[in-house]
Design a binder for this molecule. Structure first.
Ligand SMILES: Nc1ncnc2c1ncn2[C@@H]1O[C@H](COP(=O)(O)OP(=O)(O)OP(=O)(O)O)[C@@H](O)[C@H]1O
Ligand SMILES: [Mg+2]
Length: 237
């Protein structure tokens, strides 16, 4: 089997000089696929995402993008390599307008960003309507659209999303998942953490269950949904 397009492999590490949070943790995603990370609160899902994005030093293991070792690169350098990241919290500038948020997202670009902005507005039409409104005035689901749109502005090849559907209604969650599938169909790899484990695994090509900073179960979304142990412990039966 070939190595996934993006992989954080056997990552061990923690915050600053603190204890290890991740223990030989591996997460990754293939080209144009959706990989989903689930697990209990405090399992280290966000920490694993931050490690892959370079916001955390890994003490062992490494991160590879398209076969290239990017373990030592800064987050900004990883953006230049084609990675986009939507963190779990503080993922938009609330006092700026929707359009200013998208412009900020394109910070590394020196070319014309108009076409990409159009694509974001086509993907999320409500953002076009609210382009001149402060992002902080938007609903939870709309804010998440701003956050995803902002990350798309760098034209990433891989998009990392930490709980994109946090705090939204089931209907809005379904809509966001549909948009995420749409993004994946354009060839962008999606690596995302999700609290709505069952629904997320349904759209996942690959799923990871993390427990206490380590891989507990890995498989296709389908496999995990069918696994009695995963069902009992993580999907509510
Ligand atoms: N900035 C930080 N500094 C020190 N420790 C942290 C920091 N962020 C998280 N931790 C610790 O790392 C562990 C894993 O936290 P993390 O946020 O990665 O879990 P999670 O799986 O994303 O949880 P949740 O489902 O609640 O988002 C926890 O014990 C947490 O206290
Ligand atoms: Mg988290």
């Amino acid at each position: 089997m070939s190595e996934p397009f993006l992989i954080g492999r056997d990552m061990t590490g923690g915050y600053g000089k603190g204890p290890d949070i991740l223990h030989n943790c591996t997460i990754g995603v293939d080209k144009g696929e959706i990989a989903v990370i689930v697990g209990p609160n405090g399992a280290g899902k966000s920490t694993a995402m931050k490690a892959v994005f370079g916001m955390l030093d890994v003490r062992q293991g490494g991160v590879f993008l398209n076969g290239k070792d990017i373990t030592k690169l800064s987050p900004q350098a990883r953006v230049r390599e084609g990675m986009g990241f939507v963190p779990q919290t503080s993922n938009i500038f609330t006092s700026m307008t929707v359009e200013e948020n998208l412009e900020m997202g394109a910070f590394i670009r020196t070319d014309d960003i108009k076409d990409t902005m159009e694509q974001v507005y086509t993907l999320f039409p409500i953002l076009r309507d609210k382009r001149n409104q402060a992002a902080g005035e938007l609903s939870g689901g709309q804010r998440q659209q701003v956050a995803v749109g902002r990350a798309l502005m760098t034209k990433p090849t891989v998009l990392m999303l930490d709980e994109p559907t946090a705090g939204v209604s089931p209907i809005v969650m379904d809509e966001l998942f549909d948009r995420i599938i749409e993004v994946a169909r354009t060839g962008i790899s999606i690596l995302m953490v999700e609290q709505n484990a069952r629904q997320a695994l349904e759209i996942a090509d690959k799923g990871y269950v993390l427990v206490q900073g380590a891989n507990a179960f890995t498989g296709t979304g389908k496999d995990l949904l069918a696994d009695p142990e995963v069902r009992k412990s993580f999907l509510g039966g």
